[in-house]
Design a protein around this ligand. Sequence first.
Ligand code: PHE
Length: 355
Amino acid sequence: MTDPDLLQLQSESVASIAKADAATLEALRVGLLGKAGQITALLKELGSMEPEARKVRGAEVNELKAVVTSALEARKAVLDETALSLKLQAERIDISAPPRPEGLGCIHPISRTMEEIAAIFGAMGFTIKDGPDIEDDWYNFSALNIPAHHPARAMMDTFYLQANPGVRPPVLRTHTSPVQIRTLLKEPPPIRIIVPGRTFRADHDATHSPMFHQTEGLVIGKGITLAHLKGCLIDFLRAFFDNPDLPVRFRASYFPFTEPSMEVDIGWNRKTGEIGKGTDWLEILGSGMVHPNVLANCGIDPREYQGFAFGVGIERITMLKHGIADLRLFYESDVRWLRHYGFSALAPAMLHEGI
Ligand code: PHE
């Protein structure tokens, strides 16, 4: 570019553009390149020039236009970026906001006991199974060697559901034992499972609730004996009550689905409620060797396979372990009670380390 006027226009424009704010920049663009802009006017003049002169002049004016255009673009990019970062700063989300206050929620004692049971039996190689809350009569009773009209059915105050005509009505399962049947039908031995879950009986007082929880246990294999049952349950109870010397007693009893059957008692002091002290006994769970009829009902040859089963009330052992007097409080969702008896979510069950 040789024309001093063009050179001057270029240097003045570029200098103004370099320090313009957004509004000034737009005014400069219009003033230079708009319809009535200075450079537009120069371009228009070319039309009336002789071809030779137009060629020389045209190159110069176009060079000026290119320089000014790229200066405008560069400044616009700078201004846009500044505007964006200001906006980002203004709209920033403060991710350092404090978390919800601690101690609002905690683990319910029932869940905690289930976790502990899973940890203890998990360390002994048991896996966890579950089954439906609404059961067929066959799974809840008949397959467990409790035939229709057998007096043993009266042991359980059952909730029956509406029946289709001609069939036995479905029931809210009265124990977790039907999952023994479901597992025996599905899985070949050896079997080693626990079944924590909800159970239902028409009972309501300080130690009974129409909905409560049990954990079933089932071990099936070749040559499983009463000694295995005893060892397993003694280990469990001593780990759960965190007392390696806890006295445990096996007392002959009756369940239709086990033979022989045994109630298991632990030592305690009736007066003070202390577990493991004193000379009294407290019944804590039901157990026994799986009845041959139960195995046969599930297509397993009782001469080849034997095993044991047990059922433990979760509320009951939780009440004993933590000194909770009234079972109904478990379900009232009183936050003050939950805070007192609940457990920190950050303190998972570690009892298996003690086995
Ligand atoms: N199902 C029995 C009950 O609810 C407990 C039990 C389970 C007893 C397994 C023996 C074997 O009372």
